[in-house]
Structure formats: C-alpha cells, structure tokens
Design a protein around this ligand. Sequence first.
Ligand code: CA
Length: 227
Amino acid sequence: MRILVVEDEKKVASFIRKGLEEQSYTVDVAHDGVQGEQMACENDYDAIILDVLLPSQDGVTTCRNIRSKKVDTPVLMLTALGDTDAKVRGLDSGADDYLTKPFHFEELLARIRALLRRKSQDKSAVLQVGKLILDPVTRKVERDGTPIHLTTREFALLEYLMRNKGQILSRSYIAQHVWNVSFDMESNVIDVYVKLLRKKIDRDFDKPLIRTIVGAGYVLRDEDEND
Ligand code: CA
C-alpha cells in the first residue's frame, strides 16, 4: 500500500516514514501543501496523511483542492492539540479522519488501517480469500490453518493482491504500490517475488490463488468465491 505523507517538519515526516516502512507500506513525503497537492493528483495513493499547518498552502486548502480534482484517496489530517476549528474545517474539506498531535504511532497505524479498510469496503480487519487469511494487525498469514512465514516484501505484495482481490494488476501498477518505483520493462523483479510468494501460499495446496494473466499481469482470486 502506497501512502503520501504531507508534513513540513522534517523530523516528524521521517519518523512517520520510518514507522510506516517498517510496516511494509510504501511512502512518499511532500514538504509543503502545493507539492502535496501535486503529488496527490499525479500518483495513485492508497491513503494520504496531511498536516494542517503547512508552508505555501495549508492542509485544509490542500484537501479541498484534491477533492475538487476528484481524487478520492482517504485523507487522515494531523491537527494541533485543541484546535477544534481545524478539525471541523478539515473534515468539511473532505478529510476522512483526523489525528491530534502529538500522537502515538500505534494510533496513527490503526487509523490508517481503518481508512484502508474503508477504501476496500471491507469492514473486517482480517483479509481473506478462500482459506487464505492475512491479518494486517498481527501480520500473521495462514492458509487452511497452516501458518505461512513471509518476508516484509512478500507480505506487502500479498496484502496488496488481497486488498485488490479479483482485479488484474499490471506489473507496473504493482511496482508503484508495493515498491514505489517504476521498474523498466526488462526488469523481472515482480515476477521473481510472485514466484517466491506462490511457493509459499500456493505450492502445497490443491488450488492456486495467484494467477498469471498473460500480457496483463497478476490476479489473486478464489474461483469458488463470487467476487
Ligand atoms: Ca506542520
């Protein structure tokens, strides 16, 4: 999942980035409102963390502008303690939630997970496709009750495929959301990771869940499910 952090305080921005990356999110940082708005409109993020007090353009205006450009990425706004006015204006500008500074990182993570759930319209915290289960909170994965151990990157790839189950995802799309880079066409990094992931989640089970769509990309689905 790819997240944009718009925060001018370098220390806070790098603290958030580091913490999110440890949870295998992919993170971009913008240091002012104008740059944040531009990045939010140019790239397809899964969530945006937006500070209210920003140089060049405040967070409320930035959020309003993003929404007026029909970008519906979930926005978590960071407001100062006791600034009720900013909270109200933030929510009115199209933000989905707010968090008061200073905050505990665990709470930021929980709110981001809630926003991602809302986006994928899946109300349960745990992701499930067939008998494959991934818990974003405990970071445990199992299939048919058998625990599966994944590396950080494999986990990120699987979470992304599961949140978009049934959708064909191109290699370049996966690269942007899971690696935050655009690999050149010759690169087979995605294929290598899909192969590693297949070995762990599909090989020892009777039904493959990850399918290759020739010329298009990959899709994760359970043929017996109606979605
Ligand atoms: Ca700030």
